[in-house]
Design a protein around this ligand. Structure first.
Ligand SMILES: Cc1cc2nc3c(=O)[nH]c(=O)nc-3n(C[C@H](O)[C@H](O)[C@H](O)COP(=O)(O)OP(=O)(O)OC[C@H]3O[C@@H](n4cnc5c(N)ncnc54)[C@H](O)[C@@H]3O)c2cc1C
Length: 415
């Protein structure tokens, strides 16, 4: 075994958005020790939202949202071990083993291993024309099928599946979406918004079917067929599988850290081992604003949780406590969701929801708990701040189009 250097510094496993932002913030907040970044993908850290949006819409060119350009890592003296997978963590020796035989020592370890798409759990679920969307390569490979007349079947009517469906229709594909549940985006939005989006997709020619079970994917390599539980067979040119992700927490489980559907971290981003932090999709973190432990799959969480832990490693005492925020772009409509969608909440509408221009607010009692904005970035931002105050709000004022949310926020802050 290689011997332990005097000051191994910080090692980050996972060269995704959280890993990249953690490194950027470590340097930005004065950490001058050695930093090593280990990533399975051959790429420098990049952001993923465009993979199911711009990259599928514009198949002629691509703009990759790199966290930092290559020369930044060299200038900041970050050791890059890309195309290498961490296979185990020895917490006593504070060492990480890689699949290429390398052993990397650490003083502090950051786990930013993200999540992986769930595969279709049926015979033929690994058919070569079944595509998930997580990496640059996934997106590049899928978009080769987005040509006029191509038959695209999307399994799962969540955000990523629907963004892919919207992109495919823009290329003139014939799109069918199969959803096991009874409405679209059911985990993230209330039924009112689901109905609107179902209608929006149908108005663009998407065939949308609910309550559909998939039993198998059959057919030769270049002509898959989706076999459904009701006996229907749907031939396709490509299948997009968007049925959720699973956190990449295997390393943490194997080395004995607490894991509960994600690596358990406190509000400082610390795992149950004080030398190991975690950030991003892989974590289940305690959020003091809501008094709940949450696992989020969102750009904001990947970035800001990573920044918070980096600042803590650099010697600060930062509590990571944010109102969740997420967005989705479909057919030119920008939807933003902030707070925690709460089944059974009372809803209030502001603006023209049917015209995709307004806010739907969810209240439990007199507390605003969630806001969904359709092409309403500015008001959504105010709603997010109102949620973060955690104070009672008069529902009549929220419902009154004459009351500006900016003014209401000011009033609540001055109480
Ligand atoms: C297609 C798509 C669209 C999205 N759109 C939006 C959106 O519109 N809005 C929004 O808020 N969020 C969106 N998200 C979510 C957002 O991109 C994620 O929350 C974010 O990427 C999470 O960052 P992360 O660093 O935690 O994980 P990841 O970005 O998944 O990075 C983890 C990295 O760790 C690597 N890794 C894993 N295990 C190991 C190992 N053992 N050794 C070495 N490396 C390892 C992985 O290969 C990966 O590169 C989208 C995600 C996807 C996939």
């Amino acid at each position: 075994m290689t011997s332990r250097p005097m000051m191994p510094g910080v090692v980050v496993i996972g060269a995704g958005q959280a890993g990249g932002r953690a490194i950027e913030a470590l340097r930005g907040h004065g950490f001058q020790g050695p930093i090593t970044l280990i990533g399975s993908e051959p790429h420098l850290p990049y952001e993923r939202p465009a993979l199911s949006k711009e990259m599928l819409l514009d198949t002629a060119s691509e703009t990759i949202a790199w966290v930092r350009p290559a020369d930044w890592y060299a200038a900041e003296n970050v050791r890059l071990l890309l195309g290498a997978t961490a296979t185990s963590i020895d917490r006593d020796a504070r060492a990480v083993s890689l699949n290429n035989g390398t052993v990397v020592f650490y003083d502090t370890l950051i786990l930013a291993t993200g999540a992986s798409p769930r595969a279709l759990p049926v015979p033929g679920g690994d058919h070569p024309r079944c595509h998930t969307i997580r990496t640059l390569e996934d997106s590049r490979s899928l978009r080769t099928h987005f040509v006029p007349g191509a038959r695209i079947v999307v399994v799962g009517a969540g955000f990523i599946g629907l963004e892919a469906a919207a992109a495919a229709t823009s290329h003139g594909c014939a799109v069918t979406v199969l959803e096991a549940g009874s409405r679209v985006m059911a985990r993230g939005v209330p039924p009112r918004i689901s109905s609107l989006y179902a209608a929006l997709h149908r108005s663009h020619g998407v065939e949308l079917h609910f309550g559909v079970g998939i039993t198998a994917i059959t057919g030769p390599e270049n002509a898959p067929v989706v076999e459904c539980a009701d006996g229907t067979s749907i031939p396709a040119d490509a299948i997009v599988v968007g049925i959720g992700v699973v956190p990449e927490d295997g390393l943490a489980v194997a080395c004995g850290l607490a894991v509960d559907g994600g690596i358990v971290v406190d509000e400082h981003g610390r795992t149950t081992d004080p030398a190991i932090y975690a950030a991003g999709d892989v974590t289940r973190h305690y959020n003091p604003l809501f008094g709940l432990s949450l696992r989020l799959e969102s750009w904001q969480n990947a970035q800001n949780q990573a920044i918070a832990i980096a600042r803590n490693i650099a010697g600060q005492n930062i509590v990571y406590a944010e109102v969740p925020w997420f967005w989705s772009d479909q057919y030119g409509v920008n939807m933003q969701i902030t707070g925690l969608p709460t089944p059974g909440a009372t809803t209030i509408e502001r603006g023209d929801i049917d015209g995709f221009n307004g806010l739907l607010l969810e209240m439990t009692g007199n507390r605003l708990v969630c806001a969904i904005g359709l092409n309403a970035t500015r008001d959504l931002r105010f709603a997010k701040q109102i949620i973060s105050l955690g104070v009672d709000v008069d529902p009549a004022k929220l419902a009154d189009p004459g009351v500006k949310l900016a003014d209401l926020l000011r009033e609540l802050k001055s109480r």
